[in-house]
Design a protein around this ligand. Structure first.
Ligand code: ATP
Ligand code: MG
Length: 324
């Protein structure tokens, strides 16, 4: 039996890349009898690592939770939690900081990129991957689906687990990265050399999960292509066209056929995205009418994971020589 954890930062603007790359595989795994006790985690503590607005953070966290349910997360099979609501995440984070080198954290690509972007850098941005390690190791997670952007952080979590086990005795399950499958990396529609991202400033580059049909059509029709004039899967030479083909493949679950023009490809991509997003939009509208329901699901998720989290922290404290 394997347990998996998928995390989502509540930084707003959830997009098609999040759905195809992370939410759908999570939902699909619910039907896999080998996967049990999985966790979908709102990483609201991680959202504090960069400048944030408290009111917006709270709204975004509730929105991620609602969208996860709208996308098919079944709280009976997947515990839906926010990492801030399970205090053992923070406690283990600190304890793991004590077995992590400054140099290890400072060489993380995401830290280098985000800290070079200008503006004040929070200390928590440096320790972000250690919090992520705590999120994973706390719950004895076997499998973490990660896109390219998180694979270095997962490597660090594994290093921390192995080091702790060697130095202080067997304590942690060493997690493995798994490739989420079909859509590992959906690219930005306006700049297909960058991944589609919540935090990118240009909304034209991403398809929001709640974008209405006319917005989807407009964004796809304006997606950057090239002057080659032939629809080919060629990530190097035709990254924009290739991204559209990848989106189509991920949305339909089938290999795309042949296309005579970019216009024809874009029309088909628009229809495929709409077919995927329409049910999510409808379910989101239903769920948004009942915020109490959401709070109840988060409380249930917390209650479900808490005993194991407490047990992990108890073991770690004992192994490190802290008083009971
Ligand atoms: P941010 O810009 O705030 O980091 P993000 O778009 O990268 O936002 P995350 O919250 O970091 O989103 O990631 C949530 C999940 O979605 C992760 O499993 C991540 O690997 C996946 N994911 C993010 N972007 C993409 C993408 N463009 N294509 C496929 N999967 C993605
Ligand atoms: Mg990200």
């Amino acid at each position: 039996m394997t347990r998996r954890l998928t995390g989502f930062q509540p930084t707003g603007n959830l997009h098609l890349g999040n759905l195809l790359g992370a939410m759908r595989p999570l939902v699909a795994a619910q039907d896999d009898p080998a996967t049990t006790d999985s966790i979908a985690m709102i990483a609201d503590l991680h959202a504090l690592t960069v400048e944030h607005d408290p009111q917006r953070l709270r709204a975004n966290s509730l929105d991620v939770a609602t969208l996860l349910l709208a996308a098919g997360v079944d709280p009976g099979r997947t515990a839906l939690i926010a990492n801030s609501q399970v205090p053992e995440h923070s406690e283990l984070h600190y304890l793991l900081e004590c077995v992590t080198g400054y140099g290890e954290a400072a060489r993380m690509i995401q830290f280098k990129e985000k800290s070079a972007a200008g503006g004040p850098v929070r200390l928590s941005l440096l320790t972000y991957p250690v919090l992520m390690a705590a999120d994973i190791l706390l719950h004895d997670i076997d499998h973490v689906p990660v896109g390219d952007d998180q694979s270095q952080h997962l490597e660090l979590a594994r290093d921390i687990a192995v080091r702790f086990n060697n130095r202080y005795g067997p304590t942690f399950t060493v997690p493995e990265a798994i490739r989420p499958g079909a859509a590992e990396r959906i690219m930005d529609l306006t700049d297909p050399t960058r991944k589609m991202s919540k935090s990118s400033v240009n909304p034209a580059g991403r398809i929001g999960l709640l974008d209405p049909p006319d917005v989807i059509r407009r964004k796809v029709s304006r997606a950057v292509t090239d002057t080659v004039g032939v629809v080919r899967h060629d990530p190097e030479g035709q990254p924009g066209v290739t991204n559209l083909l990848e989106i189509l493949r991920a949305c339909t679950g089938e290999e795309p056929g042949a296309f005579t023009s970019y216009g024809q490809l874009k029309r088909e991509v628009t229809d495929a995205i709409e077919a995927v997003l329409a049910p999510v939009r409808a379910r989101h509208a239903e769920l948004s009418d009942d915020p109490g329901h959401l709070q109840k699901i988060l409380a249930e998720g917390r209650a479900r994971v808490r005993p194991r989290a407490e047990e992990t922290v108890r073991k770690v404290r004992a192994a490190l020589g802290l008083l009971d």
